[in-house]
Design a binder for this molecule. Structure first.
Ligand SMILES: NC(=O)c1ccc[n+]([C@@H]2O[C@H](COP(=O)([O-])OP(=O)(O)OC[C@H]3O[C@@H](n4cnc5c(N)ncnc54)[C@H](OP(=O)(O)O)[C@@H]3O)[C@@H](O)[C@H]2O)c1
Length: 323
């Protein structure tokens, strides 16, 4: 089978299209013919092994442990191991396989059945693969860390990216009043997916305009944690999912202390693939409450190009890899 393989940490230049052996499922695994994968910021962080801290998360200290990147997949099950209970050959599935050794940038992959959910019949493979990692990050950030409630004023910084486009729609589905922050050319798109207000960060600093929010999800960009604190209402919650390293580290190091000493809660989190959460997302997708926003599609042979584009930090929704 064809796969995009890398043997050492580095830029997208180290990614090579190789012919490798098609895997065989273990007893508790399924073999999937991948029809589409999607790229996430995690792919280019792990490709580069940067920040160095990510290497301490089991991906390999000096060289990559998993030779094929790609967390999000959608495809058709081709074979099942003898202990597999939930699926059979022919089933169309999607999921985040980052807990099962990655490997989505390939024609086939073997993963645990627990990472997978049946694909909504109404969605294409390309639409489905755009969902798992980014949408579950947005869901866990808003619902679990952010304790989102109907009627709350919620702000999403980085509303136009992979995580942000899901966050806007998920927050709306919880009945929040949503403000999305993005740059000029993406204002219309963020409005079109349901944001009640949009703020163009090239024209206005939302931390200085006097507005206050019950919940802020930072998917991208940078503001100091003190700016975010000022933009929160009393008892407000700030959740840092991503953005600049300074933004993440401030939330990680100062957030717990700010949370202990005042009424506002601030912190960061790392998403965990979770089947129940993906089923929750599937229901939102089937109800039409969430629709993936797909920016560009690249063939498998151009994964390096896809990651170069994503790393520039200005994707409009998700970047999808087609097989
Ligand atoms: N905590 C976790 O477990 C977890 C999980 C997934 C992702 N992440 C992190 O979350 C972040 C976002 O991921 P993603 O998939 O959404 O990335 P992405 O798709 O690459 O984000 C691109 C978007 O970010 C926007 N953006 C760039 N600079 C901005 C700024 N200064 N202010 C506001 N928006 C800005 C861009 O909009 P413009 O072009 O308009 O600037 C673009 O639409 C990344 O840092 C990623 O590493 C964390």
């Amino acid at each position: 089978m064809k796969a995009i393989v890398y043997h050492k940490y580095g830029s997208p230049d180290v990614l090579k299209l190789e012919e490798i052996q098609k895997p065989t499922p273990r007893d508790d695994e399924v073999l999937i013919k991948v029809h589409a994968a999607s790229a996430n910021a995690a792919d280019w962080h792990i490709l580069r092994g940067k920040p160095f801290l990510v290497r301490l998360m089991g991906i390999g200290l000096l060289k990559p442990k998993n030779k094929i990147l790609g967390a999000d997949i959608a495809g058709r099950i081709e074979a099942v191991g003898r202990n597999v209970k939930q699926f059979q050959p022919g089933d169309e599935v999607f999921g985040d396989i980052s807990d099962c050794g990655w490997g989505g940038f390939a024609e086939y992959v073997c993963v645990s059945e627990d990472a997978l959910v049946l694909k909504p019949a109404s969605m294409t493979f390309e639409e489905a693969t755009a969902v798992p990692l980014a949408a579950v990050t947005a869901l866990q950030g808003l619902r679990d860390k952010g304790q989102i409630q109907p009627g709350q004023k919620v702000l999403i910084n980085g509303a136009s990216g992979g995580v942000g486009t899901f966050a806007v729609q998920i927050a709306k589905s919880f009945g929040a009043e949503v403000t999305g922050v993005c740059s000029t050319s993406k204002l219309d798109m963020v409005r079109s997916i349901g944001a009640d207000q949009v703020i163009d960060y090239t024209q206005e600093d939302f931390t200085k305009n006097g507005q206050r929010y019950d919940l802020i999800l930072a998917a991208n960009g940078y503001h100091s944690i003190w700016d975010y604190k000022r933009a929160l209402r009393p008892k407000g919650i700030y959740v840092a999912a991503g953005g600049s390293m300074a933004q993440i580290f401030q939330a990680m190091l100062l957030g717990p202390w700010i949370s202990m000493t005042g009424s506002k809660k601030m912190g960061n989190f790392i998403t965990k693939p979770n089947k129940k959460d993906l089923v929750f997302m599937k229901e939102l997708l089937e109800a039409g409450k969430v629709v993936p926003v797909i920016d560009r599609r690249y063939p498998l042979s151009e994964v390096a190009e896809a990651l170069r584009y994503l790393e520039e930090g200005h994707a409009r929704g998700k970047v999808v890899i087609t097989m």
